[in-house]
Design a protein around this ligand. Structure first.
Ligand code: PLP
Length: 362
């Protein structure tokens, strides 16, 4: 297989892929292929329960949080959150404009109620995130929302934003379970699976019970967290396969990686290696983000010319590196180094980058 540096869907651990392969043929407990097992079976009920427990253990999540496995991707949460927490509110919810994904979130929230964008990266070309001195949160906001890791630009917050008396909501799609995240400081966290913890098709939502209790009464059932909680993520036919793969990844995180502290150490090592090479490249590789805000998950950079970038991407593909093209919104190169992408794979990439630079340095 090629080494998967794609922004998403990302790589999965090899051991998980082997287990999935087996499960597609036969899940012994059910005597069926995973692709044909009923979502109403005891087997699947156990899958949901264990996956929830594993996530609870990994994050140390208190019991007043529900864990949901929903469909519609992270994009559906862009709307479900304000439908639940913003409808009919007088004071604006506070949102950020830190990159490609947070801009999309703001557009959807504005359909549901008043929104204030409290900081925008536009004047900085989306190359950095705000410092605390630049932020002034209102105590009256119904909630604040931010994206913890901007997948496209490769910018990541390494601190928690907001004030303790205003609910925090966070899109953690591209760094969920890549490190500890103090989940109990948030009222709602959502993350689709296809970066660090599984295939596309399921989105994980952690939501505090008080948010669920205060939801409006007139939401469509499917978009009502309350109904999803009542039915234990089994309101309609859920993506059994995707949830099962998430279970396998959480087992891997717990039993083989040894928890999120270990995972973050490995992830930091990978990022350090790659940024080290970029920063030491005498301006051949040019990082997109300012150093203090660069992501451990998505390493975005440019080369001196568009032609060199195209050549780099062609040669990288030929050498067995997949998915290195930058997001269509900003171009350039992006190496996404999610949980399952190994240190060995990053070493191979840095080796390739070094060779490429020596060949082409003007
Ligand atoms: N939020 C972030 C941070 C993302 O990176 C993405 C997609 O990559 C999305 C939201 C949209 O996710 P989905 O395609 O699951 O709706």
């Amino acid at each position: 297989n090629a080494l998967n540096f794609s922004g998403g869907p990302g790589a999965l651990p090899e051991v998980v892929l082997n287990q999935v392969q087996q499960a597609i043929i036969n899940v012994p407990e059910a005597g069926l292929s995973i692709l044909g097992i009923s979502h109403r079976s005891d087997w699947f009920e156990n899958v949901v329960r264990e996956t929830e427990n594993n996530i609870r253990t990994l994050l140390g999540l208190p019991s007043d949080y529900h864990i949901l496995f929903l469909q519609g991707g992270a994009t559906q949460q862009f709307s479900m959150v304000p439908m639940t927490m913003l409808r009919g509110k007088k004071h604006p919810a506070e949102y950020f404009d830190t990159g490609y994904w947070s801009r999309k979130v703001v557009t959807e929230a504005m359909r549901e109620g008043p929104v204030r964008v409290i900081w925008s990266g536009e004047q900085h070309g989306y190359r950095r995130l705000p410092t605390d001195e630049e932020l002034d949160f209102s105590p009256d906001a119904p909630y604040i929302h931010y994206v913890s890791n901007e997948t496209v630009e490769g910018l990541q917050f390494n601190r928690i934003l907001g004030r303790d008396d205003v609910p925090r909501v966070c899109d953690m799609s591209s760094d969920f379970l890549s490190k500890p995240c103090e989940a109990d400081k948030f009222s709602l966290i959502y993350a689709h699976a296809q970066k660090n913890i599984g295939p596309a098709g399921v989105t994980i939502v952690l939501v505090r019970d008080s948010v669920v209790q205060n939801a409006p009464d007139n939401l469509p059932s499917f978009l009502d967290y309350r109904r999803q909680v009542e039915s234990h993520s089994n309101f309609n036919t859920p993506p059994v396969f995707a949830i099962y793969v998430v279970l396998l990844v959480t087992r891997w995180l717990l039993n083989e990686v040894g928890g999120l502290e270990n995972m973050t150490q490995i992830n930091q090592q990978k990022a350090k290696l790659l940024y080290g090479l970029i920063d030491g490249s005498n301006d051949f590789y040019r990082p997109w983000g300012e150093a203090a805000f660069r992501s451990d998950m998505n390493v975005a950079f440019n080369l001196p010319t568009k032609d060199l970038e195209a050549l780099f991407l062609n040669e990288a593909t030929a050498a067995g590196f997949s998915g290195l093209g930058g997001h269509r919104a900003i171009g350039g190169v992006r190496a996404s180094i999610y949980n399952a992408l190994t240190l060995g794979a990053v070493e191979k990439l840095t080796g390739f980058m070094e060779d490429f630079r020596f060949k082409h340095h003007a």
